[in-house]
Design a protein around this ligand. Sequence first.
Ligand code: FES
Length: 131
Amino acid sequence: MTGNVDSVKGIDETEAAFLKMNVKLGSGETIVVDAVPEMRILDLLRASGVPIKAECGGACVCATCHIRLPEKWLALIPKANEEELHKLDEIPGADDSSRLACQIEMTEELDGLEFEITADSLSDVKVEAAG
Ligand code: FES
């Protein structure tokens, strides 16, 4: 009896849907957060209970979802558009590693993504566990 190629392919696709992000918090603690493709990083963080401020809810208005990414990951993410660049300009201390979590969509290529949520973009709530 031969195996069913379609079902094997289906298992692979299911496994690919569960990605991870390594998120450093202002305290220096790093947590692992589950991710799936085509969701914004901001929404994935919120779904896992990470206390990111994101006061405008992802409308690119508040700049309180400020994250910093290592260069190797920045290279895999589409460049910021004019609206995001304008908001980043308003953040004291923002630099070339800065992005807004509400403007980045997760992809399979970003599995293992590493970034830091800046202290200014975290609420005071203590994180118990995420991911
Ligand atoms: S959530 Fe407000 S700018 Fe990203």
